[in-house]
Design a protein around this ligand. Structure first.
Ligand code: ATP
Length: 364
């Protein structure tokens, strides 16, 4: 039986459309060669350019498309030059996280042999861990609600038991899946600052409570400052890390740095009913329209989408297509001939994406 999935596509601003087009072409080619799933893409207009034109950054019709879709693929929303009246940037992706309750931000950090990384790795050594960032509360809960007087500024962090329990169960389930697939050791590290803040002692206590439900997995803790150091000194130690929104925001950019830049950093924001898949980078207006943007983070995000949909709907070919797509990107990276400028090469967006498609086709 063929199962059809509707994918809401937010191609957005800047380089968004340039990296979306080749990604959809690859997804279409993969789905076409399979008997048991089909993908239908629905464009959902949103973003800063749309706001400048119409005064709306996330029209209700696009929100409806997102709500109805089986999954959401998002390229980049926002432009530094276009702002709301209060001076903040247009970021409908943050609204989507809240509206669709996408509490778990999944940020894989992976370095394979041949991949440009600022770290000195032993020959053949790899890095493969996942950072899970709470994405609906924490310090970001204060967004738009901060109080600023001439002499003081206050922003309040929120951590709730309900969201933290969902988040930690998600992290342990994720670690369990990684262990089963041979990718991880079955270890979850709670990253916090429980030595200084009561809110983080609370966060940690909830983590320890949930950990008891997963006694077959390993649970431990690390302070966020030490984690930043260890991510650089011994990143191979980590498996799944779970943390508060703001800490996760900062550590995921450190993760992108380890991977050789934002161009290879995919992400997913996942809730119980919906999920958004998008590269960690922004709309890169400085290179937009030049055909030089790296499409790999977007393609890797699409691979995460296949994996999530396939796991959710129990379609093995979809899960294995996700893995095939990810492997194809890393093979092109390791090969080193078809890299974009940000990775030290001189290929354009199209050529780099074509190399991924060729890799997949060659492997059948
Ligand atoms: P945001 O705040 O929207 O996340 P940002 O301020 O982090 O965005 P980006 O738009 O991600 O900024 O761009 C940061 C730098 O990385 C820019 O120099 C940009 O050209 C580069 N960059 C981002 N994405 C890519 C990509 N896919 N390919 C090549 N370079 C990129």
């Amino acid at each position: 039986m063929v199962q059809s999935f509707e994918i809401a596509v937010f191609e957005g601003d800047g380089i968004g459309p340039e990296i979306t087009a080749p990604t959809l072409r690859i997804l279409e080619a993969m789905a076409k060669s399979q008997q048991d799933y089909q993908l239908a893409f629905t464009q959902a207009p949103a973003g800063a350019a749309l706001y400048a034109e119409t005064g709306e950054s996330l029209p209700s019709a696009s929100m409806e498309t997102a709500r109805r879709a089986d999954a959401i693929l998002l390229a980049a929303l926002g432009l530094p030059s276009v702002r709301y009246k209060d001076g903040t940037e247009i970021s409908p992706q943050l609204d989507l996280r809240i509206e669709l309750d996408l509490f778990a931000g999944v940020r894989p950090v992976r370095v394979v042999p041949g991949q440009p990384t600022p770290l000195k790795l032993a020959d053949g050594q790899t890095i493969d861990f996942v950072l899970i960032r709470e994405s609906t509360e924490g310090l970001f809960h204060s967004k738009g609600k901060g109080e600023v007087t001439r002499d003081e500024a206050r922003e309040t962090l929120l951590i709730t038991r309900k969201t933290s329990e969902k988040l930690f169960r998600f992290a342990f389930d994720y670690a369990q899946q990684r262990k089963q697939s041979g990718a991880g050791k079955g270890r979850v590290t709670c990253v916090d600052k429980a030595n200084v803040f009561r809110a983080f002692a609370f966060f940690r206590e909830i983590f320890d409570g949930v950990a008891k439900e997963y006694s077959h997995l390993t649970a431990d803790h690390a302070y966020v400052d030490a984690t930043a150091l260890w991510m650089v000194e011994k990143p191979w130690l980590f498996d799944v890390m779970v943390t508060e929104n703001m800490f996760g925001d900062i550590l995921s950019d450190l993760g992108a740095g380890i991977m050789g830049g934002l161009g290879l950093a995919p992400s997913a924001d996942i809730g119980h009913d919906h999920a958004v898949f998008q590269p960690c980078h922004g709309s890169a207006p400085d290179i937009a329209g030049k055909g030089v943007a790296n499409p790999f983070a977007m393609i890797l995000s699409a691979a995460m989408m296949l994996d999530w949909l396939g796991t959710k709907h129990k379609i093995e070919t979809m899960v294995s297509d996700g893995a095939r797509l990810r492997d194809a990107v890393y093979q092109v990276v390791a090969d080193g001939r078809m890299l974009t400028r940000d990775l030290g090469g001189n290929s354009g967006t199209q050529a780099a994406a074509d190399a991924v498609l060729e890799q997949i086709t060659a492997k059948g």
